[in-house]
Design a protein around this ligand. Structure first.
Ligand code: NAP
Length: 289
């Protein structure tokens, strides 16, 4: 249950299409309630063709303090904002926007959210080439994060050569000049043999999809010290992570990324520390229903 919405209540929200499945309202409203703030976080279903109208028009709604963006708006929103912070420029996608006076300022908290569980591992990342499966919006943040970690090579694997070329082209020159390579799906076995970390940034293996992004035989090719990271958080664990755990690999799912990108966004809007443990609990409760 939300706290009371009154005449002074400020609004935050998430723009996407569809957006009804989003767990962001659950975790943000839990944090807002715990902090005793006069805010509410709402879903904002906005179709692709309506995004320019929405971004311009919502500036007139003075109580709207900021919003998240999810599929399919993270890239398209960039040309509609007044300012984009360097981290979002480097990633090439915006997932968080804040009202600063009468300006919309965009940033990206996905890469930092993705990094959080990896920082706990105390690894030598310079010995861990990264294999990123998928070349969509989330893969962009993952690649930027792997660069920040210091992975010596970042291999992005995709099924569509045109999308892969576009992906490579939209990366910053820092990344393109760095050891970033794109590969067709058929290269997976050869790449896995040298992987330090393999990240599933595709929707393969979500609750509605019984498949895995790599086969059991391919999972067997991974070196024994490697890490398997799935951005998916429903189901928990995915079959991909079950296979990794059965092999004794470190397996990480997407829940911590979701929690941490949300906590960093809320801090960006409110400019104060936020109760991440309450956000975590609200999400695990919602997911266990
Ligand atoms: P997206 O922009 O739609 O990209 C999906 C990527 O997966 C595309 O490269 C697509 O290939 C590829 N793909 C889809 N189905 C495939 C298949 N059957 N075989 C091979 N490749 C396939 O989506 P996204 O925003 O990057 O999200 C990707 C996943 O990450 C989703 O499951 C999402 O829920 C998850 N995610 C989690 C978090 C978190 O906080 N944990 C945050 C963001 C995203 P094409 O380019 O050929 O279409």
């Amino acid at each position: 249950m939300l706290g009371s919405v009154v005449g002074t209540t400020k609004i935050l929200g998430v723009m996407g299409f569809p957006v009804s499945h989003s767990l962001s309202p659950v975790m943000h409203n839990a944090a807002i309630a715990a902090m005793g703030l006069d805010y509410v976080y709402v879903p904002l279903p906005i179709a692709v063709e309506d995004l320019p109208t929405a971004i311009a028009g919502l500036k007139a709604v003075r109580s709207l303090q900021g919003f998240n963006l999810t599929i399919p708006h993270k890239v398209e929103v960039m040309s509609l904002l007044d300012e984009i912070l360097p981290i979002a420029k480097a990633i090439g996608a915006v997932n968080t926007v804040k009202r600063v006076g009468d300006r919309w300022v965009g940033t990206n908290t996905d890469a930092a959210g993705f990094l959080e569980p990896l920082k706990q591992l105390n690894c030598d990342w310079s010995a861990k080439p990264a294999i990123v499966l998928g070349s969509g919006g989330a893969a962009k943040a993952v690649v930027a994060a792997c660069l920040e970690l210091g992975c010596p090579m970042i291999h992005v694997v995709g099924r569509d050569p045109k999308n892969l070329k576009k992906f490579h082209g939209t990366m910053t020159s820092q990344l393109r000049d760095y050891n970033l390579r794109v590969h067709p799906w058929t290269s997976i076995p050869h790449l896995l043999e040298v992987a330090g970390i393999v990240i599933n940034a595709t929707p393969i293996g979500m609750a509605s999809d019984p498949h895995t992004p790599i086969s059991e035989a391919e999972m067997a090719l991974l070196p024994s010290q490697s890490i398997a990271y799935d951005l998916i958080y429903t189901p928990r664990p995915t079959k991909f992570l079950q296979m990794a755990a059965a092999r004794g690999l470190t397996a990480i799912d997407g829940l911590e990324m979701l929690i941490n990108q949300g906590a960093i966004a809320l801090e960006f809007w409110l400019e104060q520390p936020v109760p991440i443990e309450i956000m975590r609990r609200s999400l695990t409760t919602a997911l266990s229903r």
